[in-house]
Design a protein around this ligand. Sequence first.
Ligand code: ZN
Length: 421
Amino acid sequence: MLKKKNLILLFAAMLFLFAACAENEQPAVSGGEVAAENKTAEDITPGIYVFYNEEKNAYLSAEGRKLILSETPQNWVIKENCNKKFHIYAENTELLLDIDNAFINEGTEIKIWEFTGYDVQTWNIEANNNSAYSVLCGADNSFCLGFGEGAQLQKRDKGNLSQEWKLIRVADLEKNYYSCSSSGGIIELQLPLDITEVISEERIADWAENLEKAYYTFYELTNHKPYETIVVEAYKPAQYIGYVYPNSNVIHIDCDFIREDLEKMTLRESDWNFCALHEMGHMFDFDMPWNFEAEAMTDLKVAYVLEVNGVSAVPSEFDASYNFYGKNIMEAYGMLGSDFSKTYNVYACVRRFLEIKEEIGWEPFVKTFHYLKENESEYSDLSGSQKFENFIDLLSLYSGSYIRNEFSQSEWQCIIDAAFK
Ligand SMILES: [Zn+2]
């Protein structure tokens, strides 16, 4: 279930990804002498704020999903995202400032909406020289939050005070989760507060260390480093067991699921947690020239992480009595997979790749990923099926074996059909 839904998300996300990545960020506020002379207000840091518009003598507020100006102050939660931009949530909701239909244009409505991961939900908050701030569209800093007929995206106009907001800090962000970071600071685990009822603090700390090692192993395999840090946010209910969005360094895992899953993990030796590894693997694939089918690609890379580190992971379909060490993850994929000559099957497809790996070793895979990373721009516009054919041809080149022969014609066609369009 997780897999199918994820795929849909990935498809939608891929469409937007290029635009989001290519966009140039502008510095939030100039420091030094100029700033001091103009009495520029302080840079905003994450916290809970009230937005007050002096000209309108009113507060930014939400009514349903609509933004309004109100006499009553409303609290907004400002959180930093991985690109030094902010997400701005209505307090006590999962809804954040968003541009209607992602349409960056004068007059487009700004509302609150569920998190989508797209850049149109990010904002730069820039200080003006009157101790008020402009809330700039993270996807295009020439636009900002203004009010015309309701809240709307407006071309930034520095003299227009209706676009400027006094930000009054009400409170710091409350940490309502159990937090644990890896020693290198790459991984931050955010777990339910009562998680230590099912797993020891020591084991949690080990897990953070292990995920940091996994991060470096994914990097070693792909030569690609999507983020400097990764947050595993697993302390609240999530729409799926686990998922990631492009352009976001957060792995979302459902809090009830993680409790069950970590309980199983404690009963196994050397288990690095399949769900977290699987989602982390996706992060190393978004928009990359080898990503012909996201689920198979991440599970293939997870197998590399397990084998290279000599550790185990177990897909959530299995109970605590199962454990698959290193290359034995093949067995798990085999048990979950089915014949894919008529209908595509992720696990069976990965299992085939691992059988190929048994013959040629990991080295041709590593070389293939590295080559594609190096020549990323050349291959970035290819369709999934072209990426698949390319991947196989490079594997053939680096292994000296004709890898196409490892698939029957009908299996080949099934992969082509399942690949990103
Ligand atoms: Zn997935």
